[in-house]
Ligand binder design. Structure first.
Ligand code: ZN
Length: 637
């Protein structure tokens, strides 16, 4: 153990890290998932710059998000970073979780903001946000130079000393991770090389910080939320091919979390959901970079378990931010504080990684479920985002304030709404995977191939893909046939129906020589069904295709503190008790009024309700779950 005080040690540590011998190593994969990898056996996403959204709800939502990001100014974002580094700043600080007294300050301003700016630049060519991102990177580089030890944060190292000393502290590494991830996104997605240098300095500071700390003490420290530190460091190792960062990534591994998952044991009850999903994303990246299959088993089991035994119909999990009930037992867990939005963001990130290993359609079905039901709709017209997703009856959506909240979910929200294109198409070699039905254009320059996907999905029950190519080429196009569709699903190539059709819940592989002007048209009939709450088959949600339907329960608040939460708190004050679940009445209690307009009716005891897809509910009070008279008498039984 070192005999220096923690404060002296932190000042010295970066110097010693910089002198360390850096050994290049052979990685099984040198690239992070988002950059693609021709020739690999993995199915990988296309670079974000090669996919553009077409007209429709996703493009509109992305623009609203970009306008919100554009309303924030770099001097205000950098304020606390500058003060911490001893650089004067007269800017007005943002508030909430970015207040100069908040222990998480910097998580959004120097982290999520950078990721979102990089994503908006890569997915939509947003040059204004790219320039703002560059300014913030420049500001962080200045702060790092002034700090002189690699450290970059909007709070001083005292919080890291508290972590080491076991004193109360919120989550310093959580915030540090967001900043590293933002810098890496600016490097990978926009080519800002200064961002990579700053991230490397930050990683070296971490290495020095843990020097002299025993394994036992480190494990105690890891009980405090640390975001995806392991993921950021493994990504840095892959990008730079430097072994030292992989070693630093391993410092953030917790046997107490990973060992049970590796043994396929669910010991998640009582744990904080959003603290733990990023650790598993880090494990998934460790598998991709090191080839160690234990990490893969951990990620696959975790995802399967959380999605099947711990998730709600909307495709998200948790109550009061935790897994509060035993696996498979969500009975009695409907409230205001369900399904923190960050958790869906992180689960989807994990799903797209795990999908790449085997092409298992389940993960893309799950991705779609979350995308349409708990990501779309969680942003209002001003670009403000939701934190919790109430699932008890009679509640409504509430959003953060523009400048006085800056929740974690503000951060993951601005990222999510800037990256709708990232999972629509994947490829393996020259074969293409069509995963999501979103109007968009794939421009695959290396292959001289363009695919334009035209669809008003989910108002339209299907999609059309048109190919433009310089040269005809033999390749396989894999089209997802979702598990929710019916045997009447149909795929036509150039207007002719295919004789064989893959079953719902699989990818249809169409191998042929694809020529300029070829089209694939896909019809995916939707039907009504119910899905019981895990552990209670007397409570169920109604779905139509991938869409969770919500009962319109009348006007909710449209402004004021119960709609726009004015500060850093995440639940409106003085919230009334939820209503009782409506009781479904009759065998065919839900009917389709208009498939094109996505309007439905539901019969309940003593009332009839209008139903609409959850994502189309902006202000009304709503109900997602129903009391079934008899658990066995669901729509699909
Ligand atoms: Zn959150």
């Amino acid at each position: 153990m070192t005999t220096h005080s923690r404060r002296e040690f932190l000042k010295m540590s970066a110097g010693s890290a910089a002198l360390r011998l850096v050994t290049p190593v052979a990685f099984t994969s040198s690239l992070p998932a988002d950059t693609g990898e021709p020739g690999s056996s993995r199915i990988v996403p296309f670079p974000l710059s090669s996919v553009r959204l077409g007209p429709g709800i996703f493009a509109e939502q992305a623009e609203t998000n970009a306008r919100y990001l554009d309303s924030l100014t770099t001097d205000r974002l950098l304020h606390s970073f500058r003060l911490t580094a001893g650089i004067p700043s007269g800017a007005t600080p943002y508030k909430g979780w970015e207040d100069p007294t908040c222990e998480l300050r910097g998580h959004f301003n120097g982290g999520h903001y950078l990721s979102a700016a990089a994503l908006a630049s890569a997915t939509a060519g947003n040059s204004v946000l790219k320039a703002r991102g560059d300014e913030v990177v420049g500001g962080l580089a200045q702060c790092q130079a002034k700090n002189g030890n690699g450290y970059v944060s909007a709070f001083p190292t005292t919080l890291f000393e508290h972590l080491q000393e076991g004193k109360p502290v919120w989550a310093p590494f959580y915030t540090y991770h967001k900043i590293m991830a933002g810098l890496l996104d600016m490097y990978v997605l926009t080519g800002n090389t200064d961002a990579l240098k700053v991230a490397e300095g930050m990683a070296q500071w971490v290495d020095g910080y843990f020097e002299g700390i025993s394994d036992e003490q480190r494990q105690r420290m890891l009980r405090t939320e640390y975001g995806g530190m392991n993921e950021a460091l493994v990504n840095l190792a892959a990008l730079t091919k430097k072994q030292q960062y992989l070693d630093t990534a391993r410092l953030f591994e917790q046997p107490s979390i990973l060992d049970p998952l590796a043994a396929r044991r669910d010991e998640l009850t009582g744990l904080h959901a959003n603290t733990n999903v990023p650790k598993i994303i880090g494990a998934a990246r460790m598998y991709e970079v090191t080839g160690d299959r234990r990490y893969r088993r951990i990620a696959e089991y975790f995802l399967e378990e959380v999605l099947t035994a711990r998730s709600y119909a909307i495709g998200n999990t948790s109550l009061d931010e935790h897994w509060t009930t035993p696996a498979g037992e969500l009975k009695g867990s409907l409230g205001w504080t369900n399904a923190e939005c960050c958790v869906a963001y992180n689960l989807m990130k994990l799903e797209r990684l795990v999908f790449g290993w085997m092409g298992d359609v389940r993960w893309m079905d799950a991705y779609e479920r979350s995308m349409f039901n708990c990501r779309l709709g969680t942003q209002n017209a001003q670009g403000l985002k939701q934190y919790f997703f109430p699932l008890a009856t009679g509640y409504w959506r509430a959003y953060h304030s523009a400048e006085d909240s800056f929740w974690c979910c503000t951060g993951t929200g601005v990222e999510e709404f800037a990256k709708f294109t990232d999972t629509i198409y994947f490829h393996r070699g020259s074969d293409v995977y069509v995963n999501q039905f979103i109007a968009s254009t794939l421009d695959w320059k290396e292959e001289g191939l363009k695919i334009v996907q035209s669809t008003a999905f989910p108002r339209e029950q299907g999609t059309t893909l048109r190919f433009t190519s310089a040269q005809p080429k033999m390749r396989t196009v894999h089209v997802r046939i979702p598990s929710w569709t019916t045997a009447a699903a149909e795929v036509k190539v150039n207007g002719r129906p295919l004789e064989a059709l893959a079953d719902p819940g699989s990818y249809l592989a169409i191998r042929r020589e694809w020529k300029d002007g070829d089209t694939i048209s896909v019809v995916l009939p939707m039907e009504l069904r119910t899905e019981a709450l895990a552990g209670d088959d007397t409570v169920a949600a109604a779905l139509y295709g991938p869409l969770v339907l919500a009962a319109d329960l009348g006007a909710g608040p449209t402004d004021g503190p119960s709609k726009i939460i004015p500060d850093g708190s995440t639940v409106p004050k003085g919230l009334a008790k939820a209503d009782a679940l409506p009781k479904a009445a009759g065998a065919d209690w839900v009917t389709v009024e208009s498939a094109g307009e996505l309007r439905f009716k539901a019969g309940a005891e003593g009332a009839q309700y209008d139903l609409l897809p959850m994502y189309k509910v902006p202000d009304q009070k709503y109900g997602v779950y129903w009391q079934m008279r008899d658990g066995k008498k669901n729509l699909n039984s």
